[in-house]
Design a protein around this ligand. Structure first.
Ligand code: V0V
Ligand code: CO
Length: 143
């Protein structure tokens, strides 16, 4: 079902500071920056590698407000790994198959994600404490 790890989402307090760290320490390059009001984040994608199943990224996430998914996470746990995003060919199909196994979906329908992707989250309480995201990249993205 999964084609690749599309991205690892990392919660941070200061996006620009963390971008500078990832660029200077690991030599990664920012390929996209977006504000996603629906998800309550300002985020940047940094390219890590290209594989057979498509590219993989680190996604740095800064909350737009304290009362958002990432804002609450930061208040409770501090900075660190927030979610894993897996690449899938068909997000609606993957949602249906996974829900059929009894895993709760956070989203009833796919949402708008970074770089034109269609995304959906699975509830961390049903996935061993790991917030899990399904990512269907757009066709023109080389995936
Ligand atoms: C919360 N919990 C987590 C968690 N966030 N566990 C593991 N990883 C996380 N990231 C746990 C938390 O410790 C609580 O456990 C419980 O879930 C309820 O937490 P809460 O703070 O009361 O929060 P809720 O219930 O209001 O919301 C939790 C969910 C929410 C997961 C439903 O964060 C959500 O809807 N997330 C999906 C959207 C999202 O994260 N968007 C930002 C990334 P205890 O203490 O009760 O045991 S946007 C993105 O990735 C984009 C745009 C992209 O990739 O393109
Ligand atoms: Co994500």
């Amino acid at each position: 079902m999964f084609l690749r790890i599309d991205h690892v989402g990392i919660a941070c307090n200061d996006l620009e500071e963390k971008i500078a760290f990832y660029e200077s320490t690991f030599g990664l390059t920012v390929v996209s920056r977006e504000v996603n009001e629906e998800q309550g984040v300002r985020e940047a994608m940094l390219h890590v590698a290209d594989g057979d199943g498509g590219a993989s990224y680190v996604q740095l996430l800064e909350p737009l407000h304290p009362d958002t998914a990432v804002g609450k996470f930061l208040a409770r746990r501090g900075e660190g790994v927030h979610h894993i995003g897996y690449g899938v060919a068909d997000v609606a199909k993957a949602m249906e198959e996974i829900a059929g196994q009894g895993v709760r979906l956070v989203d009833e329908r796919p949402r708008h994600g970074s770089m034109g992707a269609a995304i959906a989250f699975l509830h961390p309480k049903d996935t061993g404490g790991v917030l899990t995201e399904l990512v269907q990249a757009p066709r023109d993205n080389g995936h």
